[in-house]
Design a protein around this ligand. Structure first.
Ligand SMILES: [Zn+2]
Length: 252
């Protein structure tokens, strides 16, 4: 049995009966605009993602700098000890020459004591130098480890940055496509209605056209609509707006 009253139960799909063409057009336009808003939001996040990726290197860089400074300090200590030892070696040579030249037994012995004292100091400095050279080796290893950790992190960051760049490219391409789709849709809407719609999009959280919900409430602000508005939305023969938020309503 076919429907006799003219109501077609299937042909309109999900689109409700009794919807103004202008509202239907705005719904399609709004779909594109909401996609553009979401894309813009995703694109806006990318610089932060980039900064976050780059910040990952800071700790590794700090470790490298610290290890580098520690190594340099240790190397300076070795140099200083070498210098001290050399000064004493020169003194020993000088004392030995004096010893060779002196004819006084007492002075010879006194110089001999000096030589012994310096030789002992040289021994101690040589021991110190060996210990410090071990330190240098240790810090060289710490620096190498820190540099390799930094390199590893840099590799991860490079991957992150590449994936961010790829995302940006994809998002931008999609945005350009949607913008192209949007242009003729917007051009097809009557000027003052388009201006009204665009103002709502800006001020009403990206939802200018809202469905009327069960119980006759506005799908945008949730307020209960007055009876005449509910009837208007159901009839779909003239434009209906929410008397609270101003959104354009549809019988969705
Ligand atoms: Zn409302």
């Amino acid at each position: 049995m076919s429907p006799a009253n003219g109501a077609c139960p299937v042909s309109t799909g999900r689109l409700p009966m009794g919807m103004l063409d202008e509202v239907r057009s705005l719904l399609i336009l709004q779909d594109r605009d909401r996609r553009l808003l979401a894309l813009a939001k995703d694109l806006d996040k990318l610089p932060q993602d980039e900064a976050r990726a780059n910040a990952k290197l800071a700790a590794d860089q700090a470790a490298v700098t610290k290890a580098h400074d520690a190594l340099r300090d240790a190397e300076l200590k070795v140099k200083k000890v070498e210098l001290d030892a050399n000064t004493r070696r020169t003194s020993i040579l000088r004392l030995k020459n004096q010893q060779f030249e002196t004819r006084k037994n007492e002075e010879f012995q006194a110089l001999g004591h000096e030589v012994t004292r310096y030789e002992k100091e040289v021994d101690e400095l040589e021991t110190q130098e060996l210990e410090l050279m071990e330190e240098v080796d240790k810090f060289r290893k710490v620096l190498a480890d820190a540099e390799s950790a930094k390199k590893h992190t840099q590799g991860l960051i490079d991957e992150d940055l590449k994936s961010i760049r790829d995302r940006k490219e994809r998002l931008t391409a999609t945005r350009d496509e949607v913008r192209e789709e949007r242009a003729p849709l917007a051009a097809a809407v009557e000027g003052s209605l388009l201006a009204y719609y665009e103002r709502l999009m800006k001020t009403k959280d990206g939802l200018a056209v809202a469905p009327m919900l069960d119980g006759g409430r506005c799908g945008g602000c949730q307020m209960k609509l007055i009876a005449s508005t509910v009837v208007k939305v159901q009839a779909g023969t003239e434009r209906a707006t929410c008397e609270n938020c101003g959104r354009i309503l549809h019988n969705g």
